[in-house]
Write a protein of this length. Structure first.
Length: 589
């Protein structure tokens, strides 16, 4: 059975994001590694043929708060978007494309775009704080509000504006506030709090057609949906399940009100997602073959639009009939076919850690393995660390399994999708608690005979890279570690990380401290982008130098044209090839 090549796996990792509707048209962002990871804006109209509406040279994206989001907005026939090449906001009107707002310096960033009635609302980040800005089609703009903290999700309605705000010393998933204000012309009244506090996270505000304000709050310990009628807020289907993820990017929409009444939501049950509908008959699941949904739901007429995936299908834009039969149809262009090699399918495994915490694991056997397989193992620590694993086609996983490795994706302590308490359980314990969880997974698979002794490895990107390196510092079940775009020194990272994430870095900081080259006692592969603005390349270079001084087996691979995410096909392929080659060399001794 032929293994996937690195170039095939890297080229197949196309994805879709941020689906929205305007009138009967559907819009979404699409990225293809074979186009160097360029992000284009697609539209599907009445002819049901997806077409790119941004210029072929455009690369839609924002770095607002470090991670961007909502880099485009559509208002009738007008399309507003941010080009990541220069950070300017452009307006497409008819066949004309023009810069409408210029970024004034490299410390200023726009994002979180919302458009209506010929006006654009957005967040502008400056070196000293955030601003709510209104922009008109002639390029004139007005600052509506300022803060030394952060703003998010400006949502206009007739005579009013709602938005989120939170303090500079908190992350929005720890404490934030939803406010509304009267808004007429360019006069913004005093904001009135609707929900939220330093101990309550509020996210994803949305005005309904009836004038009520929907939002998600974790006041019960779970991110659940509420609706505010101007006087009071009422819960919508309370449940011990999150219906929102941690909002790393602006503009998430993990629910959508339905035109005929009711609402559709994403229920996050660990690594498995499910669409549920709340209507007059109560709460019911919306059946489909998809197991993973990105937090971008929209509605067109009576159909739900989603970015959906499964273990056999990459993220794609689909319509889903909210009726009992839940018919689905794919709208986006098909992803490139990389190979006819069979795909490894995951099994959900529960593992108890040393703290008696149960963590979920998606275990992928080697491609084509028999039922009683035994193989070398790669444990993956997801980034974030407030992120989560997903049950969807992942070409990094498939590349490893097609080359004879088993892969274990771990939702360690601190992962989102398990309520507020679990999400915060890594605070003050980063570098220890999640290392214990990943180690427990490898040990469990070793004890059950699934893996060969001395052939367990750990890999991670960003925060997951920090985890991987600490997992091989001191006595370890792992034979080696691969760290991509790794954070090395959390204390230094507090000062180099984007302003938005500094509170996160402070909350996570624990006794593990910086990765110490003297403590690393297993071979390591360090892969880093030369243009990484999240994790400083100087830190990983210093670690490599320290490992060399200690005589430790290590390799430093710097990819010259990429940043924190390895998105271009050739560089992603180089990283994949280097990773598998590293594992094989360690196994060979």
């Amino acid at each position: 059975m032929p293994a996937l090549t690195a170039l095939q796996a890297a080229g197949a990792a196309a994805t879709c994001d941020e689906v929205r509707t305007e009138s009967d048209d559907v819009y979404w962002l699409e990225s293809r590694p074979r186009d160097n990871g360029r992000i284009s804006l697609m539209r599907l109209g009445n002819n049901n043929v997806p077409t790119e509406v941004t210029p072929s040279s455009a690369n839609v994206g924002s770095v607002l708060h470090g991670y961007g989001g909502s880099a485009y907005a559509v208002d009738e026939s007008r399309i507003w978007y941010i080009d990541s090449s220069d950070g300017h906001i452009r307006l497409i009107s008819g066949s004309e494309v023009r810069v409408i707002v210029r970024r004034r310096n490299d410390r200023e960033h726009y994002g979180d775009l919302t458009a209506s009635s010929g006006r654009l609302w957005c967040v502008r980040e400056t070196i000293s704080g955030d601003e709510l800005v209104e922009i008109r089609t002639d390029g004139t703009s007005q600052v509506l509000a300022r803060t030394t903290g952060f703003f998010g999700s400006p949502r206009p309605t007739v005579g009013g504006l709602a938005w989120l705000r939170w303090n500079a010393d908190q992350m929005p998933w720890d404490g934030s506030e939803l406010v509304v204000a009267h808004y007429k012309g360019r006069e913004l009244g005093a904001p009135t709090p609707v929900a939220g506090s330093p101990l309550e996270s509020v996210t994803q505000p949305c005005w309904g057609a009836d004038g009520r304000l929907w939002f998600v709050s974790d006041r019960t310990g779970w991110w659940n949906l509420y609706v505010w009628d101007g006087q009071r807020s009422d819960p919508v289907s309370p449940m011990a399940t999150d219906v929102a993820p941690a909002e790393w990017e602006a503009g998430y929409a993990s629910y959508a009100p339905l035109p005929g009444g009711g609402v559709v939501m994403i229920a996050y049950d660990g690594p498995r997602h499910q669409l549920v509908v709340q209507d007059g008959s109560g709460l019911r699941p919306l059946g489909s073959s998809y197991t993973s949904y990105k937090p971008y739901l929209a509605v067109r007429r009576q159909q739900v639009l989603a970015v959906a995936a499964s273990p056999r299908q990459p993220p794609q834009v689909v319509t889903i009939d909210p009726g009992p039969r839940a018919h689905t149809r794919v709208l986006s262009r098909p992803a490139p076919t990389s190979t006819t090699t069979p795909l490894s399918q995951p099994q959900l495994v529960e593992v108890h850690t040393v703290s008696d915490t149960m963590v979920n694991v998606l275990l992928y056997p080697p491609t084509g393995a028999a039922a009683e397989w035994r193989a070398p193992l790669v444990v993956r620590a997801h980034p974030g660390p407030t992120a989560s694993i997903n049950t969807r086609l992942d070409w990094h996983v498939q590349f490893l399994t097609s080359n004879g490795f088993a892969v274990a994706d771990v939702d360690y302590r601190g992962s989102a999708g398990y309520g507020r308490a679990f999400r915060r359980s890594l605070y003050g314990h980063w570098g220890t608690a999640e290392v214990q969880d990943c180690t427990a997974v490898a040990q469990h698979l070793l004890d059950t005979g699934r893996i060969h002794p001395g052939r367990a490895f750990i890999t991670g990107a960003s925060a997951g890279g920090y985890t991987a390196l600490h997992a091989v510092s001191g006595p370890s079940v792992f034979a080696g570690a691969v760290a991509r775009s790794a954070i090395i020194d959390p204390t230094r990272w507090r000062h180099t990380v984007p302003r938005w994430q500094r509170a996160h870095a402070a909350a996570l900081l624990g006794p593990a401290g910086a990765v110490d080259p003297r403590a690393v006692n297993r071979p390591v592969l360090l892969i880093h982008g030369a243009d990484d603005h999240i994790a400083p390349i100087a830190d990983v270079a210093a670690l490599a130098a320290g490992l060399a001084e200690q005589g430790r087996w290590h390799q430093l691979m710097i990819l010259g044209r990429t940043g924190h995410r390895l998105s271009a096909q050739e560089e992603a392929a180089q990283a994949l090839e280097a990773e598998v080659d590293f594992y094989r060399r360690v196994i060979a001794g």
